[in-house]
Design a protein around this ligand. Structure first.
Ligand code: NAI
Length: 343
């Protein structure tokens, strides 16, 4: 089997080369992202392997299918960059539903602690032999209320970590996990009561800009917002307004609404065109990491292993438990539940 691998970074290759060699799959590594313009590179391949900022839209899907591709193997959990409705019946789409919830949840907590204990400031100060503690006062997490939005795999690990710190945890999920011992509250209550809000739900039409201009009034003054999920859950302009109004106390962002042309690339020495991102980064109480939460050795190994399993399983049986389509999760409609195949 031959797979065209897009948006390759040096850290992707070792695990995929290792797993590919074991399974008899040849990966051709392209540095470019998959877009309608680059889809031609996949002509003659059995499928493509893509990441979060590749664009699998209608035009791209048509070109992939024309070129003979039968599979889109996402090497990530989120799939908002794939037009799953249009792909249905044309090309099979798989994902890696979980590779290390610990990697992401631990990164969320790392960002939170860095922010509230000013570690990012201390690191720079002491390197310059500045040992002053002025403006470095933080606050205890113990006893604070954290509101977790999305209590799936990552959200739950994050909840456990927060409980370890002695925090009060409240949560909101569209589909609450009954019997999981989680204190679910309505979203507005979570906004009103949380000292810290951490986002762990997927990006959908419903969750788009769930933190936006009309949310600001509902938030507790000084709230810290952590987003390791998807950038567009937050309206970045509204976030900036909230920070300037001193309503939002700090923001820890591993994802950003307009990240696709910026994150994962080296722009040092360039002039950043995105004024909102530049302004956010310039704020003393904003920490940005470049969609890095997943990046651990364990996660990379799991991603490669599951992607290769998805491809092999599809080749052998015509289906895979990790296949997805626009009907997945809708219990009345989900064909895969019955036949193990989306189509
Ligand atoms: P999951 O599918 O296990 O959990 C998602 C939870 O969100 C579910 O409990 C679901 O019921 C809930 N949800 C769905 N719609 C909702 C809504 N409208 N409002 C509130 N909750 C809703 O997913 P998992 O593995 O926990 O991942 C969460 C998110 O983390 C992913 O969607 C992905 O975007 C992001 N992610 C980010 C990574 C990074 O490197 N920064 C790496 C991996 C995932």
């Amino acid at each position: 089997m031959k797979i065209a691998f897009f948006d390759t970074k040096p850290y992707d290759r070792p695990a995929f080369e290792r797993e590919g060699a074991k399974a008899g799959i040849t990966f051709k590594f392209f540095e470019t992202k998959l877009t309608p313009d680059t889809a031609g590179l996949a002509r003659g391949y059995d499928g493509v392997c893509v990441f979060v900022n590749d664009t699998v839209d209608r035009e791209c899907i048509d070109r992939l299918v024309e070129g003979g591709c039968r599979m889109v193997a996402l090497r990530c959990a989120g799939f908002n960059n794939v037009d799953t409705r249009y792909a249905f019946g044309k090309i099979h789409v798989f994902r890696v539903p979980a590779y290390s919830p610990y990697a992401v949840a631990e990164h969320a907590m790392a960002m939170l602690l860095t922010s509230i204990r000013r570690i990012h400031k201390a690191y720079i100060r002491t390197r310059d032999f500045n040992f002053s503690l002025n403006n470095m006062t933080g606050f205890d997490l113990h006893g604070k209320t954290v509101g977790v939005i999305g209590t799936g795999k990552i959200g739950r690990v994050f909840i456990d970590i927060c409980r370890g710190f002695g925090m009060r945890v409240i949560a909101y999920d569209k589909y609450p996990a009954e019997g999981a011992g989680i204190d679910y509250v309505p979203l507005d209550t979570l906004f009103r009561e949380s000292d810290i809000i951490s986002l762990h739900c997927p990006l959908t039409e419903e969750t788009y800009h769930m933190i936006g201009a009309d949310t600001l009034d509902k938030l507790k003054t000084g709230v810290v917002i952590v987003n390791t999920s998807r950038g567009a859950l937050i309206d970045a302009e509204a976030l900036l307004t909230g920070i300037k109004q001193r309503k939002i106390g700090a923001a820890c962002l591993d994802v950003y609404e307009e990240e696709s042309d910026i994150f994962f690339e080296d722009f040092s020495g360039h002039i950043i065109e995105d004024d909102t991102l530049a302004r956010l980064i310039s704020m003393p109480n904003v920490i940005v990491t470049s969609h890095q939460a997943f990046l651990t050795e364990e996660a990379l190994a799991n991603i490669a292993e599951t992607t290769v399993q998805n491809l092999l399983e599809f080749e052998a049986t015509g289906g895979s438990p990790n296949e997805l389509c626009y009907r997945c999760g809708k219990t009345d409609d989900c064909r895969r539940d019955r036949s193990k195949k989306c189509f």
